[in-house]
Ligand binder design. Sequence first.
Ligand code: ADP
Length: 398
Amino acid sequence: MKILVLNAGSSSLKYQLFQMESSEVLAKGTCERIGAGGFITHKRGGKSYTEEVDFPNHGVALKKVLSLLSSKEYGVIASIAEIDAVGHRVAHGGEMLKESSVITESVIKYLETIVPINPLHGPPAIAGIKACFALMPGVPQVAVFDTSFYSTVEASKYVYALPYEFYENDKIRRYGFHGTSHRYVSAKLAEVLGKPIEDLKIITCHLGNGSSITAVQGGKAIDTSMGFTPQEGVVMGTRVGSLDPTVVTYLMKTKGYSAQEVEDILNKKSGLLGVSGISNDLRNVVDEANKGNKRARLAIDVLITSIKRLIGAYTAEMNGLDAIVFTAGIGENQYNIREMVCGNMSYLGIEIDTEKNASFTRGIPFDITKEGAKVSTWIIPTDEEYMIAIDTQRLASK
Ligand code: ADP
């Protein structure tokens, strides 16, 4: 079975074509600058091909993807009829779409109704889905939601203590994001530990440019750091993370900023970039901190505090902890961040082997636990696309 996985962003379309029997990625790539010029990078068998193409919209980009996948020179299939199903990454499933779903007219209609609470990611995802229906009629399509892993979270964890009508009427609540990644790495952890996930209390740390932390008890998410939007929680590349909400109104009142201006500050000018004044990329911030830059050091310390706080909170919520997982760009690659996060946490049973942590092997699940430590600590590379492909295969085969 061949499954095409699509991840549509506001100006991008990422794709991977899977051969499910061998879990192999036949080809993958990205269309970028959709709506403002455009180019495609297509990879197949270790070779990369780039072309500038005008992409006025996601439909045109998808057309290009399908023609490259089935082209003589760069393709991996004879015709697009070989694609058995398409899996779409959809950031938000709202309150109704609680699990991965075969896409029907009514699913699209519901996704359209929740665009107001998902204004950045909703429209491109819907555009990608509609383009697929037009270009590949009859091919089953499945939506896999970042939010659905959190359908098990209890109301006491997702209701904000606002007047209740804002939840009931406006659906303002915590939703959580990155669920597909947290679901994948928590299941992989149970597999590599050789233990039933039902018996485990796990904290998964997805630390990238966007970051979130999830408490997984018995295989179910019981709490997570992102909230109404992917803004809440950990300090991120350019996002502030958790913040006293009065700061927002204070900035508006004292500086005359509009809602949009404050949103831009919180989303695009804060986080590592905001505190360090250097970069949203942690590599650059670490380099400068090592040269003695105080603000770079402070940005790292603020980040570490935000992660430690959540690990402490989730250990308390689960009344214990068996394992921690680090994943995504920072979690998988930055040994120094893992060392700082896990440092001085022996009270909770978290102790890592600093040598193993510094000499880890990239790209595979890697155990960095100190011998005798109560809590297992692992690096597990995330693979959201593969998880989407698995869900798509399961639902499309029904
Ligand atoms: P996104 O959330 O956009 O998918 P990533 O998961 O790629 O982002 O994470 C980006 C962050 O990961 C950056 O701060 C960068 O410093 C870090 N990172 C990514 N790759 C590496 C690497 N090979 N070595 C060190 N840091 C890395």
